[in-house]
Design a protein around this ligand. Sequence first.
Ligand SMILES: Nc1ncnc2c1ncn2[C@@H]1O[C@H](COP(=O)(O)OP(=O)(O)OP(=O)(O)O)[C@@H](O)[C@H]1O
Length: 227
Amino acid sequence: MLQAENVNAYYGKLQVLHELSLTITDGERVGIFGHNGAGKTTLLKSLVGDVSQVDGTIHYHQHAILAGQVHLNVRRGIGFVPQGNNVFRELSVEQNLRIAGLMHDTAYAESVYGIFPILKERQLQQAGSLSGGQQQMLALGMALMTRPRILLLDEPTTGLAPIVVKDVLSSVRTINQSEGTTVLIVEQNVQATLQEVERAIVLKAGRVIFDGASKQLLEENNLWHLF
Ligand SMILES: Nc1ncnc2c1ncn2[C@@H]1O[C@H](COP(=O)(O)OP(=O)(O)OP(=O)(O)O)[C@@H](O)[C@H]1O
């Protein structure tokens, strides 16, 4: 279980998160939505200890998540895939997975190939020559190599064509269902993501304005107007 209580986050004098509290139960698939600048990335980064000015408390199971301890928090089972290009372009698919899994069992690459068969097909291809969607799947696969119990994904479909967006988002559900990995995903593709997650959290100016079943958000038109 991941629990944040009364979290405030700042960049210098700018306060981005305000008294934010949430609890994520093991095994959940949760989407985090909100306008640009609402604090979604800051929330994910805070949860992995990557924002230096945070107060309030964040716990992952019995561990306090402290700023500046990203590596330790990753070893504790919190995987984080930041927004953007996260693969070693000059290396092959296989080499990328092996590097990501160095601290762990590299044999796990076979399980990753089970989730992303396209990566198995492209095993020896340079990562830089994969399509955008395939590179994103490789980035997810690399995060999986650390055997996370919870995966924090920051806009994994940015820049992808709609058909590929669907593939990447459905792989998130596969990861959750086949590995039991808890998933917290920040996405701008709200409608497509709501189909894949069970629970939605909407942020506005660093505060939670909705936290409930994704189905409810799809059904209640009023909530759309909230963001
Ligand atoms: N490293 C930083 N230094 C200073 N200000 C920052 C930093 N990172 C983010 N901010 C500011 O914090 C606010 C929230 O940014 P954040 O990236 O968390 O929002 P977001 O909801 O993820 O936005 P987007 O959807 O555009 O990615 C913005 O006003 C942004 O300019």
